[in-house]
Design a protein around this ligand. Sequence first.
Ligand SMILES: NC(=O)c1ccc[n+]([C@@H]2O[C@H](COP(=O)([O-])OP(=O)(O)OC[C@H]3O[C@@H](n4cnc5c(N)ncnc54)[C@H](OP(=O)(O)O)[C@@H]3O)[C@@H](O)[C@H]2O)c1
Length: 274
Amino acid sequence: MSMKSLLPTVMVFGGNGFLGSKIVTEFLNTNRYNVIVASRSLAGKQHSLSHSPFLQYKSVDIFNPATYKSILTNVDHVVHSIGIINPNENYKKIINSKTPCQFANGLMDYFFKSTTKNTSAVDKNVNQYELYNYQSCKILADVFKDVIKSSNTNTSTHKRSFTYISAEETPLVKNFISADYITTKRKAELHVLQYEDYFTPIILRPGFMYDENSTDTTPRSAIACILNNSNIIKNKSFTCSIQSVSKEVVRKIEDPKFQEGGIITLADIKRDFI
Ligand SMILES: NC(=O)c1ccc[n+]([C@@H]2O[C@H](COP(=O)([O-])OP(=O)(O)OC[C@H]3O[C@@H](n4cnc5c(N)ncnc54)[C@H](OP(=O)(O)O)[C@@H]3O)[C@@H](O)[C@H]2O)c1
C-alpha cells in the first residue's frame, strides 16, 4: 500500500474559490492529507501546490450528487466553501479589481450583464441565497450522511467530519447585505449540526475576509485595511484573513476535544490566530 493511500482524504467543495483554495493549500502543507478540489469549473485559480501527488481535481455540480456521490465513499473530511453574499456574481469583479479599468468593467457588468449560473437539477426560480447558502449545503450533508450510513467498512480510526463555512453577522452584514444571507446561513448550520452521530459538524463564522499575503491594491484590500485600522470601529471585530480561517479548519478537524463539533465564531478565530 502506498503512503498516499494511508492518508485521510479531504474533499473541498469550492476548493478553487478565494477561501477554498487557501484551505486546500493549508491541508497540503501539513503533508498529512490527500486533498480533492471539487468545483463547478476547474478553471480559475491554480494552486501553488498543483503539482503535488496528494492533490486531485474533480469537476462537480454540488446540486447534482451523481457528479460526486461515489467519490465521497472514500472521503474522511468534507469542507463546504460555497456561498453567495450577493446574487449578482459580478460583484466579485468589482471587489477584486486591480486596476481602474477592471473596476469600471466590473461596474458595467454588475449593472448591465445578468449572471446565469451553470447549475443543473435545481429550480432556477428559487431565491439564490436559499440555493447557494442553504440548499447546496443541505444536499451535500445529506449525501455524505447517507454514504456514511450505508458504508459497511469501519476501518477509519477517526470520526469523519463536515465543515460548513458560514458567516458572522457583523454590523457590516447587518447594514449592507440582504437579511436572507444570514437567515440561509443559519438554516444550513442547523441542518449540519443535526448529523452529529454520523460526522463531526464544524461550523465556522468568518467576517469579511482578506488575503494577508496579497500585495495587490483592490477594493477588497482597501475595505479590509479601513476596517482594521479605522479609529471609529477600532476594537470591533469585522474582518479575518483567509489564512486564519484555513488554519482554524485544519486545527478543528484534528482536535480530539472537538469530536462533537460545534460553532466557531469570528471572535474564536481571531482569538486563536490574530
Ligand atoms: N469572502 C468573504 O469575505 C466571506 C465572508 C464570510 C463568509 N464567506 C463564506 O465563505 C465561503 C467561501 O467564500 P469565497 O469568497 O471563497 O467564495 P468564492 O471565491 O466565490 O468561491 C466559491 C466556490 O464555489 C464553487 N461553486 C459555485 N457553484 C458551484 C456548484 N454548483 N458546484 C460546485 N462548486 C461550485 C466555485 O467554483 P467555480 O469557480 O469553479 O465556479 C468556487 O470554487 C462562502 O460560503 C461564503 O459565503 C465569505
